[in-house]
Design a protein around this ligand. Structure first.
Ligand code: UDP
Ligand code: MG
Length: 313
């Protein structure tokens, strides 16, 4: 069983064609499948089109959000609802070509992978999207160790286990392979045929680069230091405190020997130490809240013996 999860936001003109193309490819594969349309709060006639398609095709299931929650959220809800052993995600705007689906399946089985990510080698998007995207992909690959040419490609194939394991929110849909790889799943990629957008317009603007960069920082921190924030934040704090102490000592010595540069150094060192202390405190706070979530409340006493009725709870 294959589940196709398709997030859509104002894509009424594309849905009919997309459905037709998917139907043709899936009929050729002769495997049971479902199409999950997730309407992310469309304000055009998308939901009406989905309802019409669903009335004629029992493969279709659909979920409609009351307003726009974002692609990551739509994917997440689709992942929860999907029942297939394999899950395909693709965009609804006809830029991804359903004819590529058999190649995704071959790659997954052939290379024993858990995730196959599409790579739009030749992209039909404006340069101001393509160029930042190149930089972004290189940075993500470098920082996370999950090497893909096209992290943000919406066209991907997953084993069912993978999509049940990753939790998406915000705009983390760009990082599903990274999150999956951090959980031990095997990730690979294939080149895919990309098509220009025929209808409507892109839902993301120039500022996606900045948001993507912030998300990259958050994801890198989470995948590398997931269960131990203190090692990241507190570690940086300790380094700053150590530098501060050395600087303070050196500054005092230089200052006492008569050079005013010493006092400047001592001031800077003091600030470094203070900042470091704050970082350690933040690390502690993060660690506490993580402990609470993982089986707290830790403030509860550990009772060794009782006489009479044991206390409730
Ligand atoms: N999308 C969505 N919610 C949003 C924005 C986009 O479900 O808030 C869908 C959109 O309908 C499309 C896919 O996500 O199916 C990719 O969006 P788009 O084509 O605008 O992105 P681009 O191709 O420009 O990267
Ligand atoms: Mg698109």
């Amino acid at each position: 069983m294959i589940s196709l999860v398709i997030p859509l936001y104002n894509e009424q003109e594309s849905l009919g064609q997309l459905h037709g193309q998917i139907g043709a490819v899936m009929a050729g594969l002769k495997v049971p499948y479902e199409i999950l349309f997730i309407d992310d709060g469309s304000r055009d006639g998308s939901w009406g089109v989905v309802r019409e398609l669903a009335a004629a095709d029992p493969h279709i299931k659909a979920i409609r959000f009351r307003c726009n929650f974002g692609k990551a959220c739509a994917l997440n809800v689709g992942f929860e609802a999907a029942v297939g052993e394999l899950v395909i995600t693709m965009d609804a705007d006809l830029q991804d070509d359903p004819a590529e689906i058999p190649r995704f399946l071959d790659k997954l089985e052939g290379d024993h992978l858990d995730v196959v990510s599409g790579w739009k080698r030749k992209r039909y998007d404006p340069w101001h999207k393509v160029l930042p995207s190149r930089v972004f992909n290189a940075m993500v690959s470098r920082l996370t160790g999950c090497h893909l040419h096209d992290h943000n490609c919406g066209f991907k194939l997953y084993r069912g286990q993978v999509v049940k394991d990753v939790l998406l929110y915000g705009e983390l849909h760009r990082f599903v392979p990274v999150l999956a790889a951090a959980r031990g799943f095997k990730v690979g990629e294939i080149e895919v045929h990309h098509r220009p957008r025929s209808f409507g317009h892109s839902k993301y603007g120039w500022n996606r680069m900045f948001k993507g960069f912030l998300d990259l920082l958050a994801v890198t921190a989470r995948t590398r230091f997931g269960g131990r924030p203190m090692h990241l934040v507190g570690g940086a704090g300790l380094i700053m405190i150590a530098l501060g102490m050395i600087g303070l000592l050196a500054g005092l010595l230089i200052g006492l020997s008569g050079s005013s540069a010493g006092w400047t150094l001592a001031h800077l060192a003091w600030m470094s130490g203070m900042t470091g202390s704050i970082l350690v405190a933040i690390g502690l706070a993060m660690e506490w809240s993580l402990a609470e979530q993982n089986g707290g409340p830790w403030a509860k006493p550990n009772i060794s013996e009782t006489i009479g009725e044991p206390p409730a709870g």
